[in-house]
Design a protein around this ligand. Structure first.
Ligand code: GUN
Length: 303
């Protein structure tokens, strides 16, 4: 079997077009643009490259964006002050703190300091809780992107066995919550594998849909797949590659060539989940702007 390649770029471009229309509608209704503040601390090259991608995508669909760059030496108090200012700045409907943060900063406290109504990453405890309760407001962009990809590919998740490898707060955990809800693009039986799982291959071989989000190359190999499985690779790692001008290549968590012989469909890296993550962030920013505008309209009607 040679797997069909799921083209994340193509689906992402369709979503960009939808968001563009939504931004135009927003502007004609409210006379302003949705705005995203990105907080980037330190000089991690991968984070800088991700943020560049987010800025470019916002510009393409007409979302106003500003990146607030801070030195790696920033203190927790200074960072919380910055977030406080962004929380009360009405030109930003969404705020995103690029992760990971330098080790001396308390990531959980930083996320908790965000206004949950502006938390377009869906990581604030209120938003994570709403998602767990089946009342999602903002779900993290990567899990949303994976779900949308499966919907666009007409994968029936109703009663399907989904196995997620990895339990991170950005991907594995929220994806589990999304896919086990009732409704379209969900209602699956979800298993989450992690470092404590006794025999990961035994779990993954039962998967109709395997989602790899472990964060290291080779985490999923061909022998871990059921024949005909659908494979979604969330991993992105830089591996040294002297044939490339930049000195590295991007690879996923799945050993691609072997897995494509067993799977019925598979996402490539790059060009799979990555572009979907950015698109769903744009969707969340537009949603945050619409929610904020509707809320302020309601409260001004009360005055
Ligand atoms: N770092 C890697 N992926 C993400 C993401 O989706 N959001 C944030 N805030 N940081 C990240």
């Amino acid at each position: 079997m040679t797997a069909r390649i799921i083209d994340g770029k193509k689906i992402a471009s369709k979503i960009h077009d939808e968001v563009k229309v939504g931004v135009r509608d927003f502007e004609s209704k409210y006379g302003s643009l949705p705005g995203l503040a990105v907080v980037l601390v330190g000089d991690d090259p991968a984070s800088h490259s991700y943020v560049k991608g987010k800025e470019a995508a916002c510009a393409k669909v007409g979302i106003m964006t500003e990146t607030i760059r801070r030195k790696a030496s920033i203190t927790q108090t200074e960072l919380l002050e910055t977030l406080g200012r962004l929380n009360s700045d009405p030109k930003f409907s969404g705020i995103l703190v690029q992760l990971p943060l330098p080790k001396h900063l308390d990531e959980d406290a930083v996320i908790a300091a965000l206004d949950p109504a502006k938390d377009v990453d869906g990581l604030h405890p209120v938003n994570a809780g709403l998602l767990m309760l089946g009342q999602p407001r903002f779900a993290p962009a990567t899990p949303l992107g994976v779900q949308r990809m499966l919907l666009e590919e007409n994968v029936n998740l109703n009663g399907a066995k989904v196995v997620i490898v990895g339990r991170s707060k950005l991907v594995g955990m929220p994806l589990m919550a999304l896919l086990l809800q009732k409704g379209p693009g969900a209602n699956a039986t979800v298993t989450v594998c992690h470092t404590g799982t006794k025999d990961i291959g035994n779990e993954t071989r039962q998967a109709d849909v395997l989602i790899a989000a472990a964060g290291f190359p080779g985490a999923v190999t061909a022998d871990m797949l059921k024949s005909g499985a659908i494979v979604i690779d969330v991993g992105v790692s830089r591996v040294e590659d002297s044939t490339k001008k930049r000195g590295y290549s991007l690879v996923g968590d799945v050993e691609f060539s072997g897995a494509s012989e067993v799977a019925s469909a598979i996402t490539p890296v790059p060009g799979g989940v990555g572009p979907m993550t950015i698109s769903m962030l744009l969707v969340n920013v537009l949603q945050a702007a619409n929610l904020a505008a509707a809320t302020s309209r309601r409260s001004s009607n009360l005055r």
